[in-house]
Design a binder for this molecule. Structure first.
Ligand code: MG
Length: 246
């Protein structure tokens, strides 16, 4: 009798919670829509068909000087790259972005000069506020949360993945922008994922706020903003920069 009651309870619970008969046909768990858009990939990390190309090797028309909004004064090279012009200041995209998938390639100067943070330093700032560090860290010690691949002063990378100094590195970034309510309060943290030369070094890191040189991260409400590259006085080069809006 007790067994019968127990069985009844189990069966009833199963029905109440929708665990009736398990599906027996494969079609029962197939989902046919929405159908994702088609994107044509390209070889050698070149821009896929739906990407916005921010530098294609020819000019810096998509960029401007951060200091005064004039044209970007960094150096265009014959090999389809461009180089920081020390003293010219940071540059930023004219267009503003929210969440993105971003690809870029960078190279430290082959002539090794300076040490610590003064060797091959630059940086990729998402929405002008969140820096992924670019640094020549090869045989060059610095604080771990400021080394190459770090979210500057917030997140030590999971690995050191640089190629030899003077060779091209790739950064593949997934950035989800933070969200703020109408009163300016942060309601969702931004996140950053970074593959450095194909190696995962930032794994969906939850941003604490802006990446400050001095002091704590800040969380002042903002909307879409430019992608910015840092002039830290080193002749770091960039090429093949494109992004996809997420
Ligand atoms: Mg930097």
């Amino acid at each position: 009798m007790k067994k019968a009651i127990l069985l009844g309870v189990i069966l009833c619970t199963g029905i109440v919670f929708g665990q009736g008969k398990p599906p027996t046909k494969p079609e029962a768990t197939e989902v046919w829509s929405p159908v994702p858009p088609s994107v044509t990939p390209s070889a050698n990390n070149q821009a896929p068909s739906d990407a916005i190309v921010l530098f294609n090797g020819a000019n810096l028309d998509a960029w401007e000087s951060v200091n005064n909004g004039s044209s970007a004064k960094w150096i265009i090279n014959k090999d389809g790259s461009f180089t920081v012009k020390p003293g010219a200041g940071n540059i930023q995209t004219k267009e503003k972005f929210g969440s993105v998938q971003l690809h870029l390639e960078w190279k430290s100067p082959s002539k090794i000069e300076g040490d610590g943070q003064n060797r091959g330093n630059s940086g990729v700032f998402l929405q002008k506020r969140y820096e992924l560090q670019v640094l020549d860290n090869n045989n060059n010690k610095t604080y771990a949360n400021g080394q190459v691949g770090s979210v500057y002063k917030q997140s030590i990378p999971l690995a050191k993945a640089s190629v030899p100094t003077g060779e091209w590195n790739t950064y593949d970034i997934i950035f989800h922008a933070p969200e703020f309510d109408k009163d300016g309060k942060k309601i969702k943290s931004g996140t950053l994922t970074l593959l450095h030369n194909g190696i995962l070094v930032q794994d969906h890191f939850k941003l604490q706020g802006t990446t400050e040189y001095i002091g704590a991260p800040k969380n002042i409400a903002h909307g879409n903003d430019a992608l910015e590259l840092q002039d830290h006085g080193s002749g770091v080069s960039y090429r093949n920069i494109w992004l996809r809006k997420l």
